[in-house]
Design a protein around this ligand. Structure first.
Ligand code: KG4
Ligand code: ZN
Length: 341
């Protein structure tokens, strides 16, 4: 029997991505075209520019993925696409493109959730990942904790009440004129810094909630920038950034630790763009080890936005016999919706 082939498409934010996977989840091709240079002058993603760039890029990016996978379009059996959350104009480009292909070739179209797809990246590389699991998704748009009793069973435990962790890093980098995206720039500049030099109060929820908050930390950092006269050329820039990075990481891991103690998972997953951060990866692995839990972090290229995770989640949903939507009725959703569990 011919192996199944899945084409995944992702356009929720500022990466146009397409990937081809086979039924065993081998990545035959994964193409990611970043818009970083387009948004860099603004220090953040400009939604209107993002959707226009997706329009220009979607056809060549999908074409390149098919070419690298040596797969003609008519051989694709399933289309998977990000439905949300994300920028609505950007989401609609990928969704409309995928709808047109599925409709024309009369193939199933599976809409997938972008945040769930970040978690899926861990299963893509570790199909036997044991349950129950807790997943921490940390990206530029999302900071959420999920409990997974089994495959495709996502129960939201906590989420950010304001900024996402990556967004806080991006904003501080923008304020200091260090470049975009801020996470990797801060990581590089902070590498030689003393993380204990500046102290930032860790955000703490008053209740037992596992929600996150980063806006207070961001304001404290901005105040320190003014009080201490921190600038891109300040001699203590590395110490300041290392301390800020440490505070963000500490706040993420504190909630994760509380969740692990409460729910006693056997696996811990760290995913999303900020999961590329070495300080966070180290702390996460230490936390898992000290709790006797197995840690899983996707490879760096599967942490940031990509379409392999979209194709893999689409395939998993089909395998679980979740009905593919009626092609022309599938809608994009810009905001997070807690339909899980
Ligand atoms: O998952 P992603 O590509 O897009 C969203 O779904 O948001 O994540 C992008 C975010 C940005 O905020 C970026 O600054 C951050 O991930 N990021 C990092 C690193 N690489 C990317 N943050 C810290 N350290 C890194 N090495
Ligand atoms: Zn993402």
């Amino acid at each position: 029997m011919k192996d199944i082939l899945v084409l995944g498409i992702e356009t929720s934010c500022d990466e146009t991505a397409a990937a081809v996977l086979d039924g065993q989840r081998h990545i035959l091709a994964s193409v990611v075209l970043s818009q970083d240079t387009i948004h860099a002058p603004y220090g953040g993603v400009v939604p209107e520019l993002a959707s226009r760039q997706h329009l220009a890029a979607i056809n060549p990016v999908v074409g390149e993925a098919l070419r690298r996978a040596e797969t003609p379009l008519e051989d694709i059996d399933v289309f998977a696409v990000t439905q949300g959350p994300g920028l609505i104009g950007s989401l609609l480009v990928g969704l409309s493109f995928a709808k047109a292909l599925a409709y024309y070739f009369k193939k199933p179209l599976v809409g997938v959730d972008h945040v769930e797809a970040h978690i899926e990246a861990a299963f893509l590389e570790n199909p036997g990942l044991p349950f129950p699991a807790i997943a921490l998704v940390v990206s530029g748009g999302h900071t959420s904790l999920f409990f997974l009793k089994r495959r495709l069973h996502f129960r939201l435990l906590g989420r950010t009440r304001d900024d996402a962790a990556g967004e806080a890093l991006d904003k501080i980098a923008k304020f200091l004129g260090l470049g975009y995206p801020g996470g990797p720039v801060i990581e590089r500049a902070a590498a030689s810094g003393d993380a204990a030099r500046f102290l930032f109060a860790r955000p703490r929820m008053k209740d037992e909630s596992l929600d996150f908050s980063f806006s207070g930390l961001k304001t404290a950092a901005l105040r320190a920038v003014e009080d201490e006269g921190i600038s891109a050329s300040h001699p203590q820039l590395a110490d300041f950034l290392a301390s800020f990075e440490e505070a963000v990481v500490g706040s993420l891991l504190e909630n994760l630790n509380r969740a692990a103690e409460k729910y006693r998972p056997v696996s811990l997953i760290l995913c999303g763009g900020v999961a590329r951060n070495k300080r966070l990866r180290r702390g996460f692995e230490e936390l898992a080890r000290s709790n006797g839990i197995q840690p899983f972090i996707p490879s760096p290229s599967l942490c940031t936005d990509n379409a392999a995770m979209i194709a893999s989640l689409g395939l998993a949903k089909l395998e679980a016999k979740k009905k593919a939507g009626v092609v022309l009725e599938l809608d994009a959703y810009p905001r997070f919706i807690a339909t899980r569990g």
